[in-house]
Ligand binder design. Structure first.
Ligand SMILES: NC(=O)c1ccc[n+]([C@@H]2O[C@H](COP(=O)([O-])OP(=O)(O)OC[C@H]3O[C@@H](n4cnc5c(N)ncnc54)[C@H](O)[C@@H]3O)[C@@H](O)[C@H]2O)c1
Length: 346
């Protein structure tokens, strides 16, 4: 299959590209190379047969149309987005532009291409979204595909809007689509502004390890390569016009994640004092959702997919990867905003 992947130079997109190429697909990677992109993530496939990179902005309608006409993909996997909640609090406009207008622009280009191609039934527009569109949970319960949307941050509101656009283009114009809403990802190549890399890198640098509030927020953590596998499964086996929630079956509080990472570093890169001594509570994020949890019943029963990696295994692999790939993350620490406290408001 020839797949157009948007945002393929980012964290999850690059994992999708690497796996799609390993599985024998052709990939056209469309990415604007924002601050969050890193072409080094694609070194393992850079020279692979069937891999093409196109530097382009999904908000650029003529360019998107030209890319569809040039490459004639069998499917689109749409991951390009502004993705950091803290940045969305300080500067929401870029999130509205890329996540909403960019998705609209891409849908229009895909629709026009699909109509011109005779509306092939096998075509799929796969929109990759987040469980954050469902808002927050209390101590009990899980998000299902029927949970009403109640996004709380500018990021999750922009993703919710994009999900609605994709559904509407399916209902109104018949564009074949699948939609996935996934829990928090972690693993190799995650940009050093997200929780898990921040914890690892601050610990190694001897700096305070910031924990928002009391660290009691719960997330359902999914190893990024399992997410890539789930996405390719949904693309190929998912039913048209259906949503699938993807979770890691690995709920943990932020403070527990941080403590686990400190324990792994004590073992793998020992120093005199335990790394946990560096843990520092900082002002919480405004509107910080307390808990997310995914009910993975649909993807498990209908598509036979389950995560392969437990949180213990995934965190160990992740810490080992950051220890072995210092050149990769050092270069990214120079980028704008990295290492600063963002999204505090006021
Ligand atoms: N990270 C998570 O835990 C998580 C969980 C669920 C869903 N998601 C979704 O998965 C997708 C990928 O997330 P990620 O963490 O890999 O993000 P990321 O920030 O690491 O990567 C985003 C990529 O999109 C590109 N991009 C941004 N704006 C663009 C534009 N206008 N045109 C073309 N390319 C553009 C960037 O250059 C970057 O390479 C996003 O849609 C996000 O909402 C992420």
């Amino acid at each position: 299959m020839k797949i157009m992947v948007t945002g393929g130079a980012g964290f999850i997109g690059s994992a999708v590209v690497r796996q799609a190429i390993r599985d024998g697909h052709e990939v056209v990677n469309v990415d604007a190379l924002t601050y969050a992109a890193c072409l080094a993530n694609l070194e393992p496939v850079g020279n692979a047969k069937g891999y093409v990179f196109e530097k382009a902005d999904i908000c650029d309608a003529p360019v998107m149309q030209a890319l569809f006409d040039k490459h004639k993909p069998d499917a689109v996997m749409h991951l390009a987005a502004e993705s950091h909640v803290d940045r969305s609090i300080d500067g929401p406009q870029a999130f509205m532009q890329t996540n909403i207008m960019g998705t609209f622009t891409l849908l229009q280009a895909a629709l026009s291409y699909w109509n011109a191609a005779g509306r092939p039934e096998g075509f799929r527009f796969h929109h990759i979204s987040t469980d954050e569109v469902y808002g927050t949970l209390g101590d009990e319960g899980q998000f299902s595909e029927d949970t009403p949307y109640a996004p709380n941050s500018p990021y999750s509101a922009s993703k919710a809007a994009s999900d609605h656009l994709v559904r509407a283009w399916g209902e109104t114009y018949g564009l074949p689509f699948v939609l996935t809403n996934c829990s928090n990802n972690y693993g190799p190549y995650q940009f050093p502004e997200k929780l898990i890399p921040v914890v690892i890198l601050n610990a190694l640098a001897g700096k305070p390890i910031p924990v928002y509030g009391e660290g009691l927020n719960v997330r359902d953590w999914l190893y990024v390569e399992d997410h890539a596998d789930a996405l390719l499964t949904v693309l190929q086996k998912g039913e048209n016009a259906r949503t699938y929630n993807i979770g890691g079956e690995n709920e943990a509080r932020n403070i527990d994640i941080v403590t686990m990472i400190c324990g792994l570093l004590d073992e793998l890169r020992p120093k005199e004092a335990p790394y946990a001594d560096q843990i520092t509570n900082v002002t919480d994020r405004p509107g910080h959702d307390l808990r997310y949890a995914i009910d993975p019943e649909r993807i498990r029963t209908e598509l036979g997919w389950r995560p392969s990696v437990t949180l213990d295994q995934g965190l160990r692999k992740t810490v080992e990867w950051y220890l072995a790939n210092e050149d990769w993350w050092r270069a990214l620490q120079e980028r704008q905003g990295v290492g600063e406290r963002l999204g505090k408001v006021g």
